[in-house]
Design a protein around this ligand. Structure first.
Ligand code: HEM
Length: 498
């Protein structure tokens, strides 16, 4: 009886708060707020989001339009469903904030840099700029270092896949090693060891991250979620500890190098050098210390590793169910590269392979809702008023499944990005935006595109990829959570004899 009264009181309080907030917003602007569905007191629309919120939000967009709003727990949320609204909003500073949900707060407190989850303040701006510059050391098409790094990792992968001798197996662990080795060496240099025992628990990390940051998760939506779900936060912090430990070990070695030498060998050196050379008064003004600058390398590893690994896994699954796509891509590689491994400079001569890569990114839509943004001030979009501190979600998945832009969107068809004469249709490729757009666009986009082109190209040159007839691959489903991770399935790799 007492508990019921409490529930009624809380619900009443919530309704008063909700109406008061609406009234307050209507005083600040005469413009309407976006339309959208009602939810329950306190929980808002959270109970109806389902396991795949991006799918539910796509359906809601069909009813309410390309900009609509809903309440998710305590967060007033606006969802952008078209490329025009996403481009327009994300090009503006006012949309470049990040919400301060309990999951994001916990993550920010777990390390000194964490700029991917910081709101758009001076610290974020500085760390984003220096990371972008540091990454351009490895991710430029003139740079053959990435090719050398991929060569070595791909050789290891080739040996491991060959050892299965055409038997079906789940290649997740092997792809993990290969991508860890590529991104680790790109960031931390040739001493990076992807077989480091410390890295083992990192294999489980994508699953943990997916549920921790998922839209509508209980921690962020339940009232007093961070008090009720302390164990969830503790488990998450424990899960990310190995990434910090591995990368801090390498960062420490780079600091020593940069104290003695002036040459920059990799991304970690570039960041250590920025920390060394930035004037103290500037650091104080922004509120940064050397550790935060150097540890951006940890953030880059964290942000760049699972995303690239899962995309390679999507590629393998999609190719396994598309023998015709494989054959066309392989033939083009043979004609352009002969028996040499594909290089970055070949990319302009292999339009079918490039179209295939874009189709993999569209189809997988790995970050279906991107990372959440937040409005830094009251603002407007397409004639709607959007108050300060509104959470903004861009439905990249919904956009990539828009049948008007991508006919038959559930089919895997690289041809949709080619012109009649077989060259790349640049206008069509610009419609695929898996790395987001605007002020907070992914800083690792170039590196990711290059890594993917090289790793997938080399796999195709060496192996024919098949699904196991006893365990067909399902590419139309993905594990629920913050990222669309492909379903784990045994795959057959048959070595091509040259
Ligand atoms: C296939 C691979 C990848 C995908 C699909 C991807 C996708 C994304 C998306 C959707 C965002 C959110 C952008 C926004 O908030 O609007 C993002 C942010 C970010 N990504 Fe990536 N990413 C990938 C690879 C990488 C790599 C390789 C790195 C680094 C080496 C990286 C580093 C980052 C960072 C640091 C941010 C935060 C940017 C900011 O908040 O200003 N990502 N990425």
């Amino acid at each position: 009886m007492f508990a019921w009264t409490i529930v009624q009181l809380v619900a009443l309080f919530w309704i008063i708060y909700y109406v008061w907030r609406k009234l307050l917003a209507s005083r600040r602007s005469t413009l309407p707020q976006p339309p959208g569905p009602y939810g329950l007191p306190l929980l808002g629309y959270m109970p109806f989001l389902g396991k795949r919120p991006h799918v539910t939000l796509k359906k809601l967009a069909e009813k309410y339009g390309e900009i609509f709003q809903l309440q998710i727990g305590g967060q007033q949320t606006v969802v952008l469903g078209s490329i025009e609204t996403i481009r327009e909003a994300y090009s503006k500073d006012v949309f470049a904030g990040r919400p301060t949900t309990p999951s994001i707060k916990a993550f920010l407190e777990s390390g000194p840099s964490r700029f991917a989850m910081r709101t758009a303040n001076a610290k974020w701006k500085f760390l984003r700029k220096v990371s972008f510059k540091a990454l351009s050391l490895v991710a430029s098409s003139q740079n053959s270092r990435l090719e050398a790094v991929v060569d070595e990792a791909a050789e290891g992968l080739e040996a491991e896949l060959t050892a299965y001798n055409g038997q079906p197996f789940d290649p997740q662990r092997n792809i993990f090693d290969c991508v860890a080795s590529v991104i680790g060496s790109a960031l931390f240099g040739s001493d990076f060891n992807s077989k480091d025992e410390l890295l083992k628990p990192v294999l489980q990390l994508p699953d943990r991250l997916a549920s921790f940051f998922a839209v509508g998760n209980l921690l962020d939506t339940l009232p007093f979620g961070s008090v009720i779900m302390r164990k969830k936060i503790k488990d998450f912090l424990e899960a990310i500890t190995p990434v910090n430990q591995v990368t801090e070990k390498y960062i420490g070695e780079h600091v020593v190098h940069c104290e003695q030498e002036d040459d920059i060998r990799d991304v970690a050196d570039a960041l250590a050098m920025v920390a060394k050379q930035t004037p103290l008064d500037l650091k104080q003004q922004i509120g940064l210390n050397d550790d935060a600058i150097r540890c951006s390398a940890t953030d880059l590893f964290g942000a760049g590793f699972a995303t690239t690994m899962e995309t390679v896994r999507w590629a393998v699954n999609l190719l396994a169910v598309s023998p015709d796509v494989q054959a066309k891509a392989r033939l083009e590689l043979e004609q352009v590269c002969g028996d040499q491994p594909v290089q970055l400079t070949d990319r302009s001569s292999i339009p079918y392979n490039e179209a295939m890569l874009i189709e993999i990114l569209r189809f997988s839509s790995l970050a279906p809702l991107g990372l959440p943004h937040s409005t830094m001030d009251d603002t407007t979009l397409h004639g709607y008023f959007i108050p300060k501190n509104t959470t903004i979600l861009a439905n990249f998945y919904g956009h990539h499944r828009n049948a008007k832009l991508f006919p038959d969107p559930e089919s895997f068809k690289p041809e949709r990005f080619l012109t009649n004469d077989g060259s790349l249709n640049m206008d069509a490729t610009q419609l695929v935006i898996p790395f987001s757009v605007g002020k907070r666009r992914c800083v690792g986009e170039n590196l990711a595109r290059q890594e993917l082109a090289l790793i997938i190209g080399r796999l195709l040159q060496k192996f024919q990829i098949f699904q196991d007839p006893n365990n067909p691959v399902d590419v139309h489903d993905a594990y629920p959570g913050f990222n669309r991770r492909p379903i784990k399935t045994p795959i057959i790799f048959r070595k091509i004899v040259q």
